[in-house]
Design a protein around this ligand. Structure first.
Ligand code: BGC
Length: 404
């Protein structure tokens, strides 16, 4: 198998269903919650993961990103569920058995409810409690290729700064992250990395940061880093010493200077994806180039990139152009070690099922999976594999990574 990661990404709470002990579950059901729709059964991936992995492997992917849900491992403070640990052991073995390298996320936005009620990341023993969870699941990680400690720590710190608003607080522009939570997450990441590497020296440890293509409007160049430094750069800088850093890119953010402050430009005239972000596939290349300037020689993996759309041809157009921009960055010397598409499945988009990111559609009533053409199309874009029978698309995107 090639060293280049070619995969699809999912998240635990967004796919498993019935994460009853998670803080997000409580948030979804709290009186007056801003959440439009609770996660409920999600797409029942807790039970249907074998079929999901079959789809990924059959399409030609070699890497499968999925999460371990802390609130299932430790539903009450100090009470570890051995059955839940066994569940994730079966998933990891199941991936390996299908020729998929497991790429594990330890924390993807959701925390155990008890941890949240105790103060979450700002509780005095937050780090110790997270490390206790990492220790509990450590035995099943033997043989895992990649572990990401905290998904999008910058977004986690933004959630903390806008407590109780969920994703809705991020729709009007990315707020400043809570600086205390930023510091805690960086410390926790480093401590978890040490703990994981001590137990499993061969696991490649890192974390995936939300990195959009931030572009300065003319005249605002000098303030661009006022915007980016707290929102992603400090997290990327904290990747020094990691085995990889994940870049998670969906769009471009245009920054203009208003009253001495950097603000996001609201441009109604641009093409939008179904969740309102600018349709700008080339953001991936821009984000990779900016990240490379910050992280130096830490290898980059695209740990998320994708589009919410009801039109699969639009998904293929977006992804093909994104891959071309990645290819151009690689040709210019940016070290990229892999690409994981968000997402294999339609899933719970933090408050609603409306935005469909899946290469595979999911019927919400029956959980039936229906692959879109983009699933096999993307599986066959693997730059390190030649598919003599690869279908020829009229789009220019099919050979995007094969022109070596
Ligand atoms: C998150 C995913 C989310 C995706 C699309 C990332 O912020 O890691 O959980 O579904 O973006 O919004």
């Amino acid at each position: 198998m090639s060293d280049f990661l070619w995969g699809v990404a999912t998240g635990a709470h967004q796919t498993e269903g019935n994460n009853l002990a998670a803080d997000w579950w409580e948030f979804e059901h709290a009186p007056g919650t801003p959440i439009a729709e609770p996660s409920g059964d999600a797409v029942d991936a807790y039970h249907r993961w074998p079929g999901d992995m079959d789809l990924a492997a059959a399409a030609g992917f070699t890497d499968y990103r999925f999460g371990i849900e802390w609130s299932r491992i430790e539903p009450a403070d100090g009470e570890v569920s051995l059955a839940a640990i066994e569940h994730y052991r079966r998933m990891i073995d199941g991936a390996v058995g299908r020729g998929l390298r497991p790429f594990i996320t330890l924390h993807h936005f959701t925390l155990p409810g008890w941890f949240g009620r105790a103060g979450g990341w700002l509780s005095p023993d937050a780090a110790a409690r997270f490390l206790r969870y990492v220790e509990a699941i450590s035995p099943v990680l033997a043989g895992v290729a990649h572990v990401g400690t905290i998904n999008e720590p910058n977004i986690v710190a933004m959630f903390a700064a806008t407590a109780g608003s969920g994703m809705s607080a991020l729709r009007e522009g990315l707020p400043l992250p809570d600086p205390r939570v930023t510091d805690v997450l960086i410390d926790v990441h480093h401590a978890a990395r040490t703990q994981l590497k001590d137990a499993h020296p061969t696991i490649a440890v890192g974390w995936g940061v939300s990195v959009q293509d931030c572009q300065a409007e003319p005249g605002s160049e000098d303030v661009l880093n006022l915007y980016t430094r707290p929102r992603d750069e400090v997290f990327l800088q904290a990747s020094t010493g990691d085995d990889w850093v994940g870049v998670q890119t969906y769009t471009r953010i245009r920054i203009s200077l208003v009253g001495g402050e950097p603000v996001e430009l609201d441009d109604d005239t641009t093409r939008k994806t179904m969740n309102g972000w600018e349709f700008y596939p080339e953001a991936l290349g821009g984000a990779l180039r900016r990240t490379a300037r910050i992280v130096g020689d830490v290898p980059i993996i695209v740990t998320e990139n994708g589009i919410a759309t009801t039109d699969d041809q639009e998904r293929i157009e977006f992804t093909g152009r994104a891959l071309q921009s990645m290819r151009a960055a690689i040709d210019d010397g940016v070290r990229v070690d892999g690409y994981l598409h968000w997402s294999l499945l339609d899933n719970y988009e933090w408050g609603s099922y409306a935005a469909t990111f899946g290469l595979v559609a999911v019927d919400r009533a029956t959980f039936e999976r229906t692959p879109h053409p983009s699933l096999n199309w993307l599986g066959r874009q693997n730059p390190t594999v030649t598919h003599p029978d690869a279908p020829v698309h009229s789009s220019t995107t099919t050979t995007v990574l094969k022109e070596t």
